[in-house]
Every structure is written in C-alpha cells, then in structure tokens.
Design a protein around this ligand. Structure first.
Ligand SMILES: [Zn+2]
Ligand SMILES: [Zn+2]
Length: 111
C-alpha cells in the first residue's frame, strides 16, 4: 500500500510504499499509461501523419490530485481535466521507474 505521495522536481511523482519501496514516475509516463478506455483506444490508433502533438502532450500537463478509489486503486486528476484513468496499486507498482524496477523491466517482456 502507498504510504505517501509526493512531487519530486517539476515533473515527477514519488510514491512511498508500505514495504519501503520508493517509486518514481514521470508524469508523462503515468499519462501515457492511463488505463481509461479513451486513452487505450488512442494508443491503438495508427499514427496520424498530420498530427504534431497528441492531446496529452499539451503543456503544462500535470496531475492535480490523486484520490484513492476504493482500497486498491487511485485515480489521477490531470490539469487538462482528464480524470477517468483509474490506476490500480498493482498497475502503479508495475509502472515504477526507479532504477531497481527499470533493471527488472528490461528483463521481463512487456505485457
Ligand atoms: Zn485516460
Ligand atoms: Zn521501483
């Protein structure tokens, strides 16, 4: 379970877990992995050759709030109003970008 959420620098989120692990994420990484139906669909579309920026690349894009949803998930409310992504704790943990987890991710195939 997360015990603390905090901001690290201008574009990173830090989650401290009850098992002592400290997860670091860039906001972009979290948004790119948004599990909501709209974002999933967006990621599956073929690239549009005329598009320069995706809607989620508009700056400044930042998470405003991260309220818990039930006991095992958090939702992220973004500065552009997007708030339908519900991140389960398991998902958050699998997205962790700390050096320890990045090494592990390099060996495990992405699902
Ligand atoms: Zn989304
Ligand atoms: Zn980690």
């Amino acid at each position: 379970m997360p015990v603390a959420l905090s901001k690290d620098g201008p574009d990173r989120l830090v989650i401290e877990w009850s098992d002592g692990h400290r997860s670091v994420y860039t906001w972009r990484h979290l948004r790119d992995n948004c599990p909501c139906a709209g974002c999933r669909e967006e990621r599956q579309k073929p690239p549009d050759p005329f598009r320069i920026l995706k809607p989620n690349e508009l700056v400044p894009l930042a998470p405003l709030r991260m309220p818990p949803v039930g006991r095992y998930a958090y939702k992220i409310v973004w500065s552009d109003g997007h708030d339908s992504g519900i991140y389960t704790l398991e998902h958050l943990r699998s997205l962790c970008q700390c050096p320890q987890c990045s090494v592990r991710a390099a060996y495990e195939p992405e699902t």
